[in-house]
Design a protein around this ligand. Sequence first.
Ligand SMILES: [Zn+2]
Length: 181
Amino acid sequence: MLGARFLVMHVGSAPDESQGIQQMITGINQALDRVDNNVTLLLENTAGSGNELGYTFEQLARIIAGVRMKRRIGVVFDTAHAFEAGYDLRTQEKVRETFKSFNSIIGLERLKLVHFNDSKTKFASRSDRHWHIGKGEIGKGMAYIIQHPALKKLPFIMETPRTGLKEDLMNMRTVRRLLKK
Ligand SMILES: [Zn+2]
């Protein structure tokens, strides 16, 4: 009804990984069966705090494998969540490795959107705290992410902390600078 192309969702939490993944598959299949439209459901990678699932590429791939309507399922890559979940993004080499691994486990053709956030928490902290672009623990790595050829044509959304437009403009200026480098 909104005319949206995508709907973003976290996959949810479960104490038991296999059981949780099975429940997610069942739920997604039910939802896609009941609603007949062209909206692609995008699963967002998570930081993996608590019992949260969807923090490894393997888990997302297992869920996608169980979804019957493959053309209606995709992935959104959140940079802060990936870093917090243990995918290093601080150097050009590590960024390349991460997307190479994404490609071999999930497939880059499933990647439809990037949530472009720096992380306030340390590498592999499994704690989800977004931070201003280039000022967090990913730091310089943010430039290598935005310049990665596989992501060039994708939409990016910033989910950085804000009290108003001021912080958004500051982060936007940083992003433009990173694109020019
Ligand atoms: Zn996000």
